[in-house]
Design a protein around this ligand. Structure first.
Ligand code: AMP
Length: 360
């Protein structure tokens, strides 16, 4: 058991569900030890089922108890329903909870089934930062100048390798869209090509990671456009704690400045981004040099920097990305066929004609 695991009230167990099939998991159950039974309507039940129906029709958020856990006297069976996308529950019971044979309900045809783990104490430990996650996420930071291809490579890795892609810039733009004082504040920084205050960016990242893990069970994250300064990274460490995430390494996509400028100005025609113009671009380059390079150097000093020349062919860049992520990627994922979108991203198919966006 984890050395800093927390004591839990008597007769409490932690059940966590993780792995690639988590998103399709409908609930967990402890199969009945009783023989199948025939209901009044003549339906014969099978293990884990209740009168031939899954007990999970209450997993719609409408159960009186949340999460809905039920004990069937006749079937001598415990059931916990999935609610609100959360699959790690702390649940109290006056009955002794069984510690064996928990299984998951997954949608028919889903393979492989997620993994179930039982714990006698809170496995997230005493570290308040680690409280938000289970299990501990693997994080690869992705940096590079504007237009260096960070987003493209992250999207490819997501599509084929199942890595989750979180872009600090996209999260900030989504937050800006919500408006209000915070939205206006963010807009000011983005248009000026300056870094948004650290606590806003780190808060959004942490929330997005947590929501993603809760709803998909995925724990591999490519964090694109972060950390962009030493202060950015300090804020991350403060929020995540020393061991809240496994920081695998940092990718740095390097590309000569004139190529970046050309790419961004090409993108400006359809991106609708308020900062895809020469003036904002120059400011972004200055910010990159002054504020981002020191944190890149710090990762290099730790031996955690992977530099990739992103002026090479996209297929070659992606091959390197894939190779570097291999240690944390589901071994079969590398052979997944490329989607049409991925082929477009790799330049193997033409881009579909795009209407210019009005504004973002
Ligand atoms: P990007 O989409 O990565 O080019 O980022 C666009 C803008 O969002 C940047 O110029 C900053 O104003 C803001 N931004 C993105 N990432 C961060 C970050 N890690 N910290 C602070 N501001 C950021």
């Amino acid at each position: 058991m984890d050395s800093h695991a927390e004591e839990m009230p008597k007769n409490t167990i932690w059940i966590t569900v993780s792995g690639s099939g988590t998103a399709e998991c409908d609930g967990v159950y402890c199969p009945s030890q009783a023989p199948p039974k025939v209901s009044e309507s003549g339906t014969k039940s099978s293990l884990g089922y209740w009168n031939g129906k899954m007990a999970w029709d209450r997993a719609d958020g409408k159960a009186a108890r949340n999460p809905s856990i039920s004990y069937s006297d006749s079937y001598k069976s415990w059931r916990i329903a999935r609610l609100d996308g959360h699959l790690a529950y702390q649940q109290y019971s006056s009955e002794p909870l069984p510690h064996e044979k928990w299984e998951v309900y997954v949608k028919k045809g889903t393979a492989p089934a997620p993994t179930i783990m039982l714990h006698d104490s809170d496995p997230r430990g005493k570290n308040p930062a680690a409280k938000s996650f289970f299990p501990r996420p693997n994080v690869v930071f992705v940096l590079g100048g504007p237009g260096a291809g960070k987003g493209t490579m992250c999207e490819l890795a997501k599509n084929q390798l199942g890595w989750e892609h979180l872009s600090a810039g996209d999260l900030l733009r989504a937050e800006r869209k919500k408006g209000g004082a915070q939205g206006e504040l963010i807009e000011g920084y983005i248009t000026a090509g300056k870094l948004v205050p650290d606590e806003i960016t780190v808060g959004l990242l942490k929330e997005a990671m947590q929501t993603t893990t809760d709803s998909t069970g995925h724990i591999n994250f490519l964090i694109d456009g972060f950390p962009r300064s030493t202060k950015n990274y300090d804020a991350w460490v403060k929020v995540m704690g020393d061991d809240g995430a496994n920081e695998v390494f940092m990718f740095l996509f390097e590309c000569p400045l004139p190529v970046l400028e050309q790419r961004i100005l090409g993108r400006a025609k359809y991106s609708g981004r308020s900062d895809d113009n020469v003036e904002s671009l120059r400011k972004r380059f200055v910010t990159y040099k002054d504020e981002t390079m020191p944190i890149v150097d710090a990762f290099q000093a730790k031996g955690k920097l992977v530099q990739i020349d992103s002026s090479m062919k996209r297929e070659e860049v992606y091959a390197t990305v894939k190779e570097m992520l291999k240690g944390f990627t589901d071994p079969s994922a590398g052979a997944n066929p490329l989607t049409e979108r991925s082929e477009i991203l790799l330049g193997l198919r033409p881009y579909p004609k795009k209407e210019p966006k009005k504004t973002e």
